[in-house]
Write a protein that binds this ligand. Structure first.
Ligand SMILES: [Zn+2]
Ligand SMILES: [Zn+2]
Ligand SMILES: [Zn+2]
Ligand SMILES: [Zn+2]
Length: 615
């Protein structure tokens, strides 16, 4: 990195970048009224409001049934990801393969890299693309030089172009209101930004790249380097990754949808869901919601342990999750099972850290960092441990840097000694710690429980190579062994995320080999786990996939039994065929019912399932 250090602090200390929970409550409060016209324009049944505890958030304006559209917006900026540039339309993200078959594919003659599914899409994008066209090719070099993702720079450029277009009062906005509105530029400045949690080196690289980028921007797009860094950080926190129509390729494109990001907060127990289609993001309710109830969406996979979710949210969205699901003490939450090591005595409960047991926590470790022995405090501490460690790391890092700048030499070895001492102390502490079964109270060393967790993780990673190399035989052998060892051997709770996930490669492998009889109990088991755990709301897309998969397997079994029945007069086959057919129809109906709620009646998938379900 070539000393662009001054750019980093200027981002952090920029007056507009204050974290949400500071004294500056007043301006935020008035801000929410700005959203009313947008909500009105979209005719969405929501109210964007502000409260001391929640900050800005959206609530239902009236009682809403499941499947109600509560917001719909076209991307303020959207780029097809670099590996996919020649596969998807640069405006609507439609497949270019289909367009090619219809001979409607068109490319920008100047850069030859920007391709559209039709001249209509090209025309709609013309005013925008003409501004970015000469600059995009230069971004690759800048990104390579500073080792950052070129798509981040492309998105940043595309955002500036949008601002300029809006300033020029180009026709763009007017024209596009016909399908879904685009957020005005000021919304982008409202988006969340927590520069303090970004990786410092990453921010340095972005700052250096922004400097180079600001130098190649023509006067019409002129933007200062710090502003570019700010935009890049906002993008990094708020952009959505989009997948293609069939959801076969993830990260087809990246888009910024400011209104939804501003209105709806994240929750690991959401009551709404969003889907992207042709560059438009639609938010729908997935539960009946009462007037005044907060509207929440999830940005992560829900079937994951609490610590994994927290880390992922922090890394990808810079969110410190404080949702209703994360707030419940672990001991009372289904979350404890998702990385749960089963009690070796009762085989029902799982081992939890002693801090999860308020009645004994104070006696167990009286001098634990001087923490209060108060129950809920102790729980909270445990929960946010992973997160805190990270931010502490950053602080420590900066301290080290500061002292290095001042004095060198002896300081360092002294610090190293201290660190080594602390390490030894931490190890000793860890070895002393104990875990407790939440059901029968059986006590086990924490380190032993942790070692099981590590072993599971390692085993899973090891055998996953067979999935990657598409070795179906080995996949079946080893995933069966994995499940036998950890499920039948009663080492892990049946809801343990690796145990549940281990069923999916097994399912795919059997399916590929045409062994549908082996698929059936597996898919039924996974559905049973999802339904009984209640971690994922019953009207979310996960259930569409699961029920549809069950339908596919049952249909295949029906066909297989018909073949058998025809060959030799086989009455049993006929009976089975009828049963499988009936059950397949039932499964497709369930999939369709969920699909029309979370994806809408018009979506391609809903239409397809409707046909299969014969409704
Ligand atoms: Zn298109
Ligand atoms: Zn071009
Ligand atoms: Zn949460
Ligand atoms: Zn037990």
């Amino acid at each position: 990195m070539v000393g662009k250090k001054e750019a980093t602090p200027s981002v952090v200390s920029d007056a507009t970048l204050k974290p949400t929970h500071t004294k500056k409550k007043k301006p935020r409060k008035t801000n929410v009224t700005q959203f009313a016209p947008l909500v009105e324009q979209g005719q969405w049944p929501i109210i964007v409001q502000h409260s001391q505890s929640k900050g800005r958030h959206a609530v239902a304006k009236e009682d809403l049934s499941a499947g109600t559209v509560i917001c719909q917006e076209r991307a303020a900026t959207l780029v097809v990801s670099t590996p996919c540039v020649s596969e998807f339309c640069h405006r609507c993200v439609g497949s270019l393969l289909k367009a090619q078959l219809l001979q409607q594919r068109v490319s920008c003659p100047a850069c030859a890299k920007t391709t559209y599914c039709s001249s209509a899409c090209q025309k709609a994008d013309a005013a925008r693309h003409v501004l970015e066209c000469p600059i995009v090719p230069k971004l690759t070099d800048i990104a390579t030089k500073h080792d950052i993702n070129v798509d981040l720079l492309r998105l940043t450029l595309s955002l500036i172009v949008r601002r300029v277009l809006e300033e020029r009062r180009a026709k763009m906005a007017k024209e596009e209101v016909t399908d879904a509105p685009i957020a005005p530029w000021w919304c982008i400045n409202e988006l969340a930004l927590h520069p303090q949690v970004f990786d410092k080196n990453w921010v340095k690289c972005v700052a250096a790249a922004a400097q180079d980028m600001s130098e190649i921007l023509p006067e019409s797009l002129a933007t200062s380097a710090p502003k570019l860094v700010e935009l890049a950080c906002r993008i990094n926190t708020n952009a959505h990754s989009l997948s293609d129509d069939d959801e076969k390729t993830a990260d087809t494109a990246f888009g910024l949808f400011p209104m939804g990001s501003l209105f709806f907060k994240h929750s690991c127990a959401p009551n709404c869901h969003f889907t992207a289609d042709r560059g438009i993001l639609t938010y729908r309710t997935i539960k009946p919601i009462k007037a005044g109830e907060e509207l929440l969406v999830s940005h992560i996979e829900l079937f994951q342990p609490r610590s994994t979710r927290k880390q992922e949210l922090l890394n990808t969205k810079q969110i410190r999750c404080d949702c209703s699901r994360c707030r419940v003490p672990l001991r009372k939450s289904v979350d404890r099972f998702l990385d749960g090591v089963l009690c070796e005595k009762c085989h029902v409960g799982v081992y939890l850290a002693e801090s999860e047991f308020p009645e004994i926590a104070k006696d167990a470790h009286p001098v634990e960092n001087g923490a209060s022995a108060n129950g809920s405090k102790a729980e909270e501490k445990q929960d946010t441990k992973a997160v805190d460690t990270k931010s502490e790391d950053v602080v420590d890092d900066s301290k080290t840097l500061a002292s290095k700048d001042g004095e060198q030499g002896d300081e360092k070895t002294e610090e190293e000694k201290q660190a080594a001492e602390q390490d030894a102390k931490a190890r000793e502490e860890l070895l002393k710690k104990e875990c407790r079964c939440d059901n029968c109270g059986h006590v086990k060393k924490l380190i032993e429980v942790e070692m099981i967790r590590i072993q599971v993780q390692r085993d899973y990673q090891q055998i996953f190579q067979f999935v990657q190399s598409k070795n179906h035989g080995a996949t079946i052998t080893y995933f069966r062994l994995f499940i036998d060892r950890y499920q039948k051997g009663r080492l892990l709770h049946p809801y343990h995320v690796h145990l549940v996930n281990a069923h999916l490669p097994l399912l795919t492998a059997y399916k590929t080999l045409g062994d549908y009889a082996s698929c059936l109990p597996i898919i039924k088991h996974v559905i049973d786990i999802y339904e009984s755990s209640n971690i994922v709301a019953p009207l979310r897309h996960e259930f569409v996939e699961l029920y549809a998969e069950l339908g596919v397997i049952l249909s295949a079994l029906a066909i297989a039994n018909r073949a058998e029945g025809n060959g030799r007069v086989h009455r049993g086959g006929e009976v089975l065929e009828k049963r499988y057919k009936r059950e397949a129809l039932e499964a497709y109906r369930k999939a369709y019912e969920v699909c029309r709620i979370c994806l809408g009646e018009q979506s391609a998938k809903t239409v397809e399932l409707k046909k299969k379900a014969r409704v």
